[in-house]
Design a binder for this molecule. Structure first.
Ligand SMILES: Cc1cc2nc3c(=O)[nH]c(=O)nc-3n(C[C@H](O)[C@H](O)[C@H](O)COP(=O)(O)O)c2cc1C
Length: 192
């Protein structure tokens, strides 16, 4: 299934070091003629870091998608009742957001959007980026791998010597993983 004319939510959470690649992937989604709506977690929309200022990334998202990002829980909530999205992608997904998602916590615009979207039994695709994937968050990744309607962009270790618990999504597989998720399929191989 192609992404053309699909309504796709793309959520940014606070894995700031991944933003260069994540924004390239956002551009690829729009190049596929998907209708893309971004959503930013509170930390993603507020924290300036050595990777850039929050305001810069919010502007960039609006320039690429030609729509202002969703920034509040209130504005994310209609995704459920109005069935606004065919596919919701959290890219990058922090350890914090995936731990909360696995445990049913809904206290950011991104988590509200995920909860609202899953209520419609539609696919949620996670592109993880976290230093504790093989540590504290392994159990949460396991829970989400086993959850209905949740899929992963293939992921693997990015620096086994320097950061032995870190894993990141291979964003070069985003488009095929998104196409598979729209068919309720997990793109394989998942570990790369
Ligand atoms: C410069 C910087 C880089 C960060 N990179 C990551 C990261 O790659 N992965 C991660 O899980 N958390 C990372 N964090 C921590 C998250 O931003 C933090 O856990 C935050 O609470 C995430 O909130 P959110 O998931 O609601 O966006 C980073 C924080 C900073 C300041």
């Amino acid at each position: 299934m192609t992404l053309e004319n699909k309504s796709i939510g793309v959520a940014f959470t606070g894995s700031f070091c991944t933003y260069t690649l994540a924004f390239q992937a956002l551009e690829e989604l729009t190049a596929q003629k998907a209708q893309v709506q971004t959503i930013f977690s509170y930390h993603a929309q507020e924290l300036d870091s050595r990777f850039g200022k929050a305001e810069y990334f919010l502007d960039k998202a609006e320039r690429i998608t030609k729509k202002p990002p969703i920034l509040t829980i209130t504005d994310a909530e209609p995704i459920g009742p109005k069935k606004l999205l065919d596919l919701f992608i959290i890219m990058p997904c922090t350890g914090n957001t995936l731990a909360k998602l696995a445990n049913g916590i809904t206290d950011t615009p991104v988590l509200m959007a995920a909860k609202a979207h899953l209520r419609n039994e539609r696919p949620l695709l996670l592109a993880i980026s976290t230093n504790d994937a093989l540590g504290m968050n392994m159990k949460n990744i396991g829970l989400l791998l086993n959850a209905k309607h949740i899929f992963f962009v293939p992921f693997g270790q990015d620096n086994p010597q320097g950061k032995p618990n870190s894993m990141i999504a291979r964003l070069n597989f985003l488009i095929p993983a998104a196409e598979a998720a729209l068919e309720n399929r997990q793109y394989q191989p998942i570990i790369q």
